[in-house]
Design a protein. Structure first.
Length: 375
């Protein structure tokens, strides 16, 4: 027996297009934000790659110095994390991979077995040279390039290796001349992440106030796309702490970097709960007598904005802390006019969000929980 699926109703099709447009708009905004953050690092790495080609081709006279710009670009990447040790690991990894790939291809030729053997040897030699994972990874990749792309092998083995060294040297010079304050990218990511959380909370609150299911759905979409920025905040904060430990000039920044890392963990917890709030808010959109739930959400978003401004500028979080304490004082589920347990459950979830945000603003866990009304 065949069961025919009924065509979508007239009201379903416009809703699907609306959801799709919202998703595209959210993805476009997030993509443009990432591009703005990466603009300067990308331009520097691109200029370094061009300079490496110029030195290898026009100064040293090498024909088609493919590995010079490759080495410079790989070593610098497109992030603001330009620590000399990291850049050096990547540059040496490229040079080791090119050298070993050339030597082994000359001895055993190219083929499937040779690719596996060259990769294993390059990675093991890199582990002997240095304990960094980046060095071993790049050594293996460049060795595979040598074996698998013979068309790129222009000039002698020594020429290709020299090109890789030139590119690595240019990358190290750029890294040495670039500002190396380990807090800079952490501050930028903190502001970006807090802004995303504030948008989720504000859209949810405004959607409940105006009975607009689309806004609540957009809040959920923004929350779901915030994961990479929050993950990067934690990762960059950890890298910055490691860099500050070995730098005499930045060791005094360790306490601040530790606080930024703790704030990243707390804001990540708050965002996870905020996504749950947005998802459950879809069930109560249009329910009468939700006050003061929309106001709590919007006030909490204002507190997150203040927290983001403080974290992104390195300022004191006292103002944000006081605002969040004030919001926490209103987190009583019995204040919701509606007898709907779903609405009261949203306030209970927001209590967890405000505690996490207070901890992100340097409040101790005990006082943060004590700021909530007893229920």
């Amino acid at each position: 027996m065949r069961v025919s699926s009924s065509p979508p109703s007239a009201s379903t099709v416009p809703r699907r297009w609306t959801v799709m447009r919202r998703r595209v708009a959210v993805a476009a905004r997030d993509g443009l934000a990432r591009a703005r953050v990466a603009l300067v690092p990308v331009l520097l790495a691109s200029l370094a790659a061009g300079a490496a080609w110029f030195l290898a081709a026009d100064v040293l006279g090498h024909p088609s110095p493919f590995f010079a710009p490759v080495s410079a670009w790989v070593a610098l990447g497109f992030s603001a994390n330009r620590r000399p040790r990291r850049v050096g690991e990547l540059a040496v990894g490229v040079a080791v991979g090119v050298l070993l790939g050339d030597l082994l291809v000359h001895l055993i030729g190219a083929g499937a077995l040779q690719v596996g053997l060259v990769l294993a040897v390059a990675a093991l030699v890199a582990r002997v040279v240095d304990r960094g994972d980046l060095l071993a990874t790049q050594a293996g990749v460049q060795a595979i390039v040598i074996v698998g792309l013979p068309a790129a092998q222009v000039g002698s083995a020594v020429t290709r290796w020299t090109d890789a060294l030139v590119g690595g040297a240019v990358a190290l010079v750029v890294a040495a001349l670039s500002p190396q304050d380990p807090r800079r990218e952490v501050h930028a990511l903190a502001g970006e992440s807090c802004s995303a959380l504030a948008q989720v909370l504000r859209l949810t609150g405004h959607g409940l106030r105006e009975a607009d299911a689309g806004e609540v759905e957009e809040a959920l979409l923004r929350g779901r796309t915030s994961g990479p920025a929050l993950d990067r905040w934690r990762s960059v904060a950890q890298d910055a702490r490691h860099a500050a430990r070995v730098s005499a000039s930045h060791r005094r920044r360790l306490p601040e970097l530790a606080r930024l890392l703790a704030s990243a963990v707390a804001v990540d917890r708050a965002m996870r709960t905020a996504r749950v709030v947005a998802r459950r808010a879809q069930l109560v959109v249009g329910t009468p007598a939700l006050d003061p739930l929309p106001e709590l959400l919007e006030d909490l978003a204002d507190g997150v904005d203040r927290l983001g401004r403080a974290l992104s500028s390195g300022a004191d979080t006292a103002v944000a802390r006081e605002h969040l304490r004030s919001v926490a004082g209103g987190m009583d589920p019995y204040r919701v006019d509606s007898a709907d347990l779903q609405a009261q459950g949203l306030v209970l979830l927001l209590r967890s969000v405000v505690v996490d945000l207070l901890e992100a603003a340097d409040e101790e866990p005990g006082p943060a929980r004590a700021a909530l009304p007893t229920i």
